[in-house]
Design a protein around this ligand. Sequence first.
Ligand code: C5P
Length: 230
Amino acid sequence: MPSIPILTIDGPSGSGKGTISRAVAERLGWRYLDSGALYRAVGLAAAWEGVDLSDAEAVALCARRTEIRFETQGAGEPHVIVNGKDATRQLRTETAGAAASAIAAQPPVRAALVELQHGFARLPGLVADGRDMGTVIFPDAPYKVFLTASAAERAQRRYKQLKDKGVSVNLDSLLHEIAARDERDAGRAVAPLKPAQDAVIVDSTGTAITEVIERVLAVLPENLRSPRQA
Ligand code: C5P
């Protein structure tokens, strides 16, 4: 994919990837790929269809036939439309995250989503958010960030995020669920969660969002940084 600038932002759950990636994409006027939403959507579609989540081939077939659309509706997160239904709220729950993490460990499921993800790379550029954006999906991306934060802070952020969305959660169980999900994501054989060798590590613990955005943007050469304001 020559000459399309790609910035990959990988990291564990609750590291602020979604918020930061969207803000950075907005600043640059680039497209945004929320790859986690794809795995969440496939997990949900499989559940709707009664597909056994442990049957990798069946889930992969489901991934290939599931229609996933991102729709911008005013400010804030884009809505995720799965097979014609607005599944945005359902997809944000920790249950959907856990289902996504379970199916994401299956190589045929990951393979089924590769082409779809590559299709997001278009001019003027792409900010790709996930776990394996810089290592597997866009290994040649010129700009790579691995965004992290302490486990306690990540659980707190997720807690606040879910509460703000009206999803009822318990902080303690959330901390455990997030730790279990990260362990599975980092320990799996295929595309494990880990920084690409050439990624810049950004630790956002105790750092304001605006500051994290600046630190991520600093990875890009000056001429790409704020084309909208140029
Ligand atoms: O980023 P998000 O929390 O929405 O991702 C949900 C799950 O999807 C992750 O825990 C991970 O297992 C999986 N995922 C993945 N590869 C990606 C993005 C997400 O395996 N690129």
